[in-house]
Design a protein around this ligand. Structure first.
Ligand SMILES: [Mn+2]
Length: 337
């Protein structure tokens, strides 16, 4: 008994519990990066406690996913030691996140960042854009985060989407609070938005969001995108948010069609003795990992269908322009397959 306890103490906290075999770095397809950071938070404090609360809650997850009917943990979910950034200026914290993300991408693992405040996203996106030039960001948030500076900082949690839009396309979803300054920035070609009113008004909002994104997508989830009735543990709660199933449906749909380069779940500011938001954040991460890795068969089917359509279209064109080209394309196709 004593032995067992001391052994458990030696095992560092890891997402999804303690299955040693499937969570070694070598065998894992996923690397979770906890970033306990909360320096620029302006309202409810405590986002630096988010990663630990999520990881703790994750040890209570049912590892068999009832929606997917699969054991998601088998893809291998490794957790790297939390980044020691709490006392750093935001720029320095961002550069640490960038470095860690870059190392994980180089090792062909999916980076999953657990915040911490939203500015962690800037580092992750910066690293991933080096590999995925066309990458866009799906940005789920109650706020637009499009301020140029906030409380004297360009790297505040309130400026994140603005910084991202300087380097890639950003699709903001679930927003319901905007400043005058931010409103003026919405015409920027790198920004598309689906606020809560759009979601209520547009029946095919998920398709529209998909169309706004490129093939490679990074997903950033500020937990305040959810309604505060189910997610009160955030730095800046806003009424009128999305529900659990709204978000899941969107995430499932997007992962079926896009290549997910990485994702983050940020802004959990745990409330003492209220564990359901912590657990919800953990389950969200686990479910999204399941969507990403265990729906891949569907992705392949869709890819084949798209290719077949393309071939059909090409075939028709080539028929019109003469038989010689047709033979060439057949040869090419035979060679490629
Ligand atoms: Mn927010």
């Amino acid at each position: 008994m004593e032995d067992k306890l001391s052994q458990e103490e030696l095992i560092p906290a890891r997402f999804g519990g303690r299955d040693n075999d499937s969570s070694s770095y070598e065998r894992s397809k996923v690397a979770v990066i906890p970033v306990p950071y909360g320096r620029t938070v302006s309202y409810r404090k405590g986002t630096e406690n988010g990663p630990r609360a999520i990881i703790e809650a994750s040890s209570n997850l049912e590892l068999f996913d009832e929606e997917l009917g699969k054991d998601t943990y088998r893809v291998g979910i490794h957790t790297v030691p939390e980044l020691l950034v709490q006392n750093l200026a935001p720029e320095e914290m961002i550069s640490q996140v960038e470095k860690k993300t870059a190392a994980i991408v180089k090792d062909s693992r999916l980076p999953v960042i657990i915040g911490g405040e939203h500015s962690v996203t800037i580092g992750a996106v910066k690293a991933l854009l080096k590999t995925y030039k066309d990458m866009s960001v799906l940005y789920l948030d109650a706020h637009y985060d499009l301020r140029d500076t906030y409380n004297g900082s360009k790297f505040s949690h309130a400026c994140v989407a603005r910084r991202l839009a300087e380097t890639c396309r950003v699709t903001i979803v679930g927003s319901r609070s905007i400043s005058k300054e931010e409103k003026g920035f919405l015409s920027n070609p790198n920004i598309s938005t689906f606020n809560v009113y759009d979601i209520l008004d547009i029946p095919n909002w998920k398709e529209k969001i998909r169309e706004a994104l490129s093939d490679n997508v990074y997903i950033s989830i500020d937990l305040d995108v959810f309604d505060p009735s189910i997610m009160p543990s955030v730095g800046t709660p806003e009424p009128g948010g999305l529900g659990w199933y709204d978000i899941l449906e969107l995430l499932r749909y997007i992962t079926e069609y896009k290549n997910i380069t990485g994702f983050d779940v940020v802004e959990l500011s745990p409330i003492r003795d209220m564990v359901s938001p912590d657990f919800m954040a953990a389950k969200l991460i686990y479910r999204l990992l399941g969507y990403n890795f265990l729906l891949s068969e569907r992705k392949v089917v869709q890819k084949k269908e798209a290719e077949a359509q393309k071939k059909d279209a090409n075939g028709q064109k080539k028929e019109a322009s003469g038989p010689k080209k047709d033979t060439d394309s057949q040869k090419k196709e035979a060679g490629a397959s």
